[in-house]
Design a protein around this ligand. Structure first.
Ligand code: EPZ
Length: 427
């Protein structure tokens, strides 16, 4: 099992290339199911979750070809061809390893008229039910049954009808599933209180490039006019706003000056606003975003919310940064019920964080001290690396499989800007 060793005390300076967005790629990949023509995705991040999804799609008989990338390149080009499907079942042994597998449900149902997907189960940050995915699909004509840990969805007469659904709460994945199902329905679908994350816009833009008809892209009211078929396309995955925000926190906590190449300010309003309120200088550049800090950080009051609110996926990274702020910060996690597992590990490094239910009080400290720490989930892992970049001494982060799910070649990117960080094999 690999570990990452970080030795703090270096202000990060230079340029970090931002990869394609994991949370966009994971919903663009299943779109290959929606056509029998080739779909080529560019700027795909080289991540464990992408490899896992590719393997799942192969199970359905989809061929996937990686092209045009040398080992030293960031990102990959993948061409997917779902000419003929050999299965419409997503098995437990694959789904349990990657809960985003649930995103094949909608497109498979639209393409094959039926889909059987293992229930994804919960994960470290919460039990993460899929009831909203199922209700939305039923609203556009699916018949759903649950048997032996699997969801079986069928489109009566082989094709979904379209329909209307208003989400009671915003759900990114459920919005993605119902949109991917609706584009081939025999009618129009009106989805209200839909998620507005940039990754949803990226999905809608790809579907339109494939011939879909969607009104209201970027708003919470999506109207999808179903088509008989979609065609192939070549599409570039958007840059990862969460990866960019994570490295912005790393630059801020070390008093650094880093350009995040490929990042888009327009997709990161809440993150940029929070950084600026903390006293960090954030500027647009020709190639991305420049983040400059002078070593002193102001405390913040932050509450996570669906886009365009402050992203839950940025909460752990900001908490690490705010451990070094002047004063007490108040963070409230409104999206997931258990997204504070990084707190105990940060406190072992000398942080002063106290949680009360959904709220965390982060009191700034003079210094953090390196320690052996354990990653528990993707963003928590990144918060420990961020803390390690400023801690005195060495921080050893284990259970790197969490990090490798969402950060492409993390240590290489941080080495580019002067961090003293390396990946070592534990054995
Ligand atoms: C997506 O997860 C992201 N994952 C998450 O990123 C992100 O934290 C989350 O959206 C919120 O922005 C991917 O895109 C692959 P939700 P998703 O459905 O779709 C509840 C990361 O670190 N809910 O918007 O699963 C749910 O329990 C990951 O990159 C239901 O109750 O999130 C949660 O409390 C972590 N029923 C809230 O809604 C449902 O059917 C928001 O979940 C679905 C969700």
């Amino acid at each position: 099992m690999d570990k990452i060793l970080v030795r703090g005390g270096h202000a990060l300076k230079g340029k970090i290339p931002i990869s394609g967005a994991k949370n966009s790629a994971l919903t663009l990949l299943p779109c290959a199911l929606l056509t029998d023509e080739p779909l080529t995705l560019r700027n795909l991040p080289r991540l464990a979750d992408i490899d896992g999804f590719q393997h799942l799609l192969n199970q359905f008989g989809i061929s996937t070809m990686i092209a045009g990338s040398r080992p030293e390149d960031f990102g990959r080009v993948m061409t997917l061809s779902a000419t003929r499907l050999t299965s419409s079942v997503a098995p437990y042994e694959l789904v349990r390893k990657m809960r985003a597998s649930i995103l094949v449900l909608g497109p498979m149902l639209a393409r094959a008229g039926e889909a059987t997907v293992s229930l994804p189960g919960g994960c470290a940050i919460g039990n993460r039910p899929i009831d909203l995915h199922l209700k939305a699909l039923e609203a556009i004509g699916a018949e759903i049954e649950m048997t032996a840990g699997y969801v079986k969805a069928v489109a009566p007469k082989g094709r979904l009808t379209g329909g209307s659904y208003t989400f009671p709460v915003v759900s990114v994945g459920a919005t993605e599933n119902v949109v991917m199902a609706a584009v081939l329905a025999n009618g129009t679908s009106d989805i209200k209180n839909a998620a507005r994350e940039p990754e949803i816009v990226d999905l809608c833009n790809l579907l339109v490039a494939m011939g879909a008809s969607i009104d209201g892209i970027g708003t919470s009211d999506l109207i999808i006019h179903g088509k008989d078929r979609l065609h192939g396309a070549t599409y570039r995955v958007m840059s990862d706003r969460i990866e960019a925000g994570s490295y912005a926190c790393a630059a801020a906590i070390t008093g650094g000056d880093v350009e995040l190449v490929g990042a888009k300010m327009s997709e990161m309003d809440a993150t940029v606003k929070a950084l600026r309120t903390a006293g960090v200088i954030v500027e647009s550049t020709a190639d991305g975003i420049r983040v400059t800090a002078n070593g002193t950080l102001q405390a913040l009051t932050l509450e996570t919310a669906p886009y365009p609110g402050f992203a839950t996926d940025m909460q752990a990274q900001f908490m690490a940064m705010l451990c070094m702020a002047e004063g007490a910060s108040v963070l409230t996690e409104t999206i997931f019920e258990n997204r504070y597992m990084h707190v105990s590990e940060l406190n072992r490094m000398g942080a002063d964080v106290e949680t009360k239910g959904r709220t965390a009080i982060v009191r700034g400290v003079e210094k953090l001290t390196g320690a052996p720490v354990m990653a528990t989930d993707l963003r928590a892992s990144m918060s420990l690396v961020i803390a390690g970049l400023v801690a005195e001494g060495e921080t050893e982060v284990s259970r790197l499989y969490h990090l490798d799910r969402g950060y492409e070649r993390l240590e290489e990117k941080l080495q580019l800007v002067g961090a003293n960080i390396e990946r070592v094999s534990a054995d």
